[in-house]
Write a new protein. Structure first.
Length: 100
């Protein structure tokens, strides 16, 4: 395995928060900006990409308080991603699944 000292770990976390995540979230935001349906692939109904990203963003990000600052966890700079998550988790089958 790889062992990082505190300074290296801090640099890694800083790069993740300031460069890596914004780049990936920005790419998703751009995909949604050209979608006429609000789904990542522009499909009429959610695709596997929508399920994968919605679960990752909707469940993983909010739980990472120690890693990501609140504005990033809440996707404050990404309104289309916020709308996408709201749309996904409002689907009747998804609501039913999570209500169990």
């Amino acid at each position: 395995g790889v062992t990082l000292n505190d300074e290296q770990m801090a640099g890694l976390v800083d790069a993740l928060v300031s460069e890596v995540m914004p780049r990936h979230l920005g790419n998703l935001e751009r995909m949604l900006s050209v979608s006429s349906t609000g789904w990542i692939a522009g499909t009429e109904r959610p695709s596997s990409a929508d399920f994968a990203w919605a679960c990752r963003l909707g469940q993983f990000m909010p739980e990472k308080e120690a890693l990501f600052p609140e504005p990033l966890r809440k996707l404050e700079a990404y309104p289309l991603l916020q709308r996408f998550l709201n749309q996904f988790f409002a689907l009747p089958s998804i609501k039913a699944y999570y209500s169990q």
